[in-house]
Write a protein that binds this ligand. Structure first.
Ligand SMILES: Cc1cc2nc3c(=O)[nH]c(=O)nc-3n(C[C@H](O)[C@H](O)[C@H](O)COP(=O)(O)OP(=O)(O)OC[C@H]3O[C@@H](n4cnc5c(N)ncnc54)[C@H](O)[C@@H]3O)c2cc1C
Length: 474
């Protein structure tokens, strides 16, 4: 792995910045506001210090500083967490975004990537060799948060979730040690890192298994009018029931965003987008996706051969930085008629033009990994339904949030009571427990007791340690 960056200005009012290779930012520094900004504009937190880390030594130093000064700590990878746990008021934010090292080993089909790498950056390097590891569907998402929570996207049904392809991780633990976790070293910690979120340390390096992918895949959306939505979604459900692993589909129910991807005459129209990625032989793929083009009367059909990296970037413009976001999600065992009808009805009453529902088709390779292989729990659900309110920062946030809550409550009877960690905002301890179920949660809590008994890493979807109550909230 190449060393990244060089010595930069470390001047700071407190003099604490001298300890850092890269930058220690405080309120008033020109770069401070940009550094504390995350994807969700509803998050407006002001850390006392932001340590922009150049490497492991900076992470160790930042952690030591936070502990010496008794500052609450947060860790930022790509800044895409909807709940904004990456940034903490009045505390110290460990910002890994300068850590961009990526090293592909095409012979051994492995890649190592540092904690500040984004999905698009990782895909670009790996696709130079025609390789990829499964991750998410928006290029600016951080590999760190996504991997630690699970990681679902276009390749999951063929090659598993991101955690299923994680081979090792280097992390700095609460006591400042640098550990490697893998199947051979610290296997229990490795079990917990794969789905347990950022509870056990600051992960500085990830190592993933790579697969041959593309570089051309068959991918993109077919858009149907929402008026046909109930029928389209029933037909879709039947069409994908026996889908091969190479095919992953994602539904988006929304108004067509005014972005160049979509034909201008349809901008603003309420639609069901049936999006697909067929990662395999293109001729066979055409045969497999054909039914998805005939679920109703398509308004547009953008499901075509395209570079995998282009498919990965396709949704970026539809979920920009700078808007307010609020998410709630459920896993469902099936797309029952009532679930379909509730979703379609809700999209007829969108609270803002940018709000939407996104449904990930699960199953395939992720469902064949044994349930106890790692902490990530989403093995036997068929779909994940994520309800997303979006608003301009100056707009009222209550109505959009109420819209999410109302649909979330309506879908509750059809859910399996589970949540996906990476789609959770600030939803409380019970919901984190529910995400894992009692057995996995107990195993994670035991790991937390071992590696972070004082809950230093608590600005996250928190696994509470049982040994010591630090902040009084648990
Ligand atoms: C537009 C958008 C699209 C998304 N698409 C997908 C998708 O397709 N599939 C999917 O599975 N998820 C998806 N997600 C969810 C995403 O996986 C989570 O938001 C994830 O937390 C983002 O990681 P990050 O590093 O960007 O976030 P950050 O906000 O930087 O971090 C989130 C949390 O992760 C922890 N963390 C981050 N880095 C580290 C580290 N190095 N060490 C220890 N802990 C760390 C911290 O607790 C932090 O608070 C999407 C999110 C957004 C906003």
């Amino acid at each position: 792995m190449k060393p990244y960056g060089g010595r930069m200005a470390t001047r700071s009012a407190t003099g604490l910045g001298e300890r850092f290779l890269r930058q220690l930012l405080e309120p008033g520094d020109p770069a401070y506001d940009e550094a504390r900004t995350v994807w969700n504009a509803d998050i407006d937190r002001r850390p006392r210090l932001i340590a922009r880390c150049a490497g492991v030594a900076d992470v160790v130093e930042a952690l030591r500083l936070a502990r010496e000064e008794d500052l609450p700590l947060s860790v930022r990878g790509g800044g895409h967490g909807v709940g904004g746990h990456a940034v903490v008021d009045d505390g110290l934010m460990i910002d890994l975004s300068p850590m961009k090292g990526i090293g592909v080993d095409p012979e051994r089909r492995r890649v190592r990537a540092q904690g500040g790498v984004l999905l698009g950056e990782l895909d670009r390097e790996c696709q130079a060799f025609g390789l990829a590891t499964p991750a998410g569907i928006v290029t600016r998402t951080g590999i760190a948060g996504l991997t630690l929570g699970g990681g679902i996207g276009w390749l999951m049904r063929k090659h598993g979730a991101t955690v299923d392809n994680l081979l090792s991780a280097d992390l700095v633990t609460a006591d400042g040690r640098l550990l490697t976790a893998s199947a051979e070293e610290e296997p229990e910690l490795f079990w917990g890192l794969r789905g347990g979120g950022g509870n056990f340390g600051v992960v500085t390096d990830f190592e993933y298994r790579l697969h041959e992918v593309g570089p051309i895949v068959l991918g993109g959306p077919v858009g149907y009018p929402l008026e046909e939505g109930a029928g389209v979604l029933r037909a879709y459900r039947d069409a994908v029931a026996e889908a091969p692993d190479e095919l992953t589909t994602i539904l988006v129910l929304r108004r067509v965003p005014p972005v160049p991807l979509y034909p201008e005459e349809h901008h603003g129209r309420a639609v069901v987008n049936v999006s697909a990625c067929y990662a395999g032989d293109l001729t066979e793929g055409e045969r497999v996706v054909a039914p998805l083009r005939r679920l109703g009367t398509p308004l547009y059909d953008l499901l075509e051969p395209r570079p995998f990296v282009a498919l990965q970037g396709m949704n970026d413009a539809s979920v920009p930085w700078g808007l307010g976001y609020y998410w709630k999600s459920w896993e469902v065992a099936q797309l029952e008629d009532a679930v379909i009808d509730d979703m379609v009805d809700a999209v007829f009453e969108l609270p803002t033009p940018q709000s939407y529902i996104i449904v990930f088709q699960l199953g395939g390779a992720i469902s064949r990994v044994p349930a106890d292989a790692c902490a990530y729990p989403q093995r036997d659900a068929a779909f994940n339904v994520n309800i997303n309110a979006v608003w301009q920062p100056e707009q009222d946030r209550e109505a959009p949030m109420d819209w999410v809550r109302a649909l979330f409550d309506r879908l509750a009877p059809h859910s399996r009571g589970r949540a996906y960690l990476n789609f959770m905002g600030e939803e409380g301890q019970d919901r984190v427990r529910d995400a894992f179920g009692p057995e996995k949660y107990a195993r994670l809590a035991a790991l937390k007791d071992r590696f972070d008994p004082e809950n230093v890493f608590r600005s996250n979807q928190n696994i509470a340690p049982s040994t010591r109550i630090r902040d009084g909230s648990q």
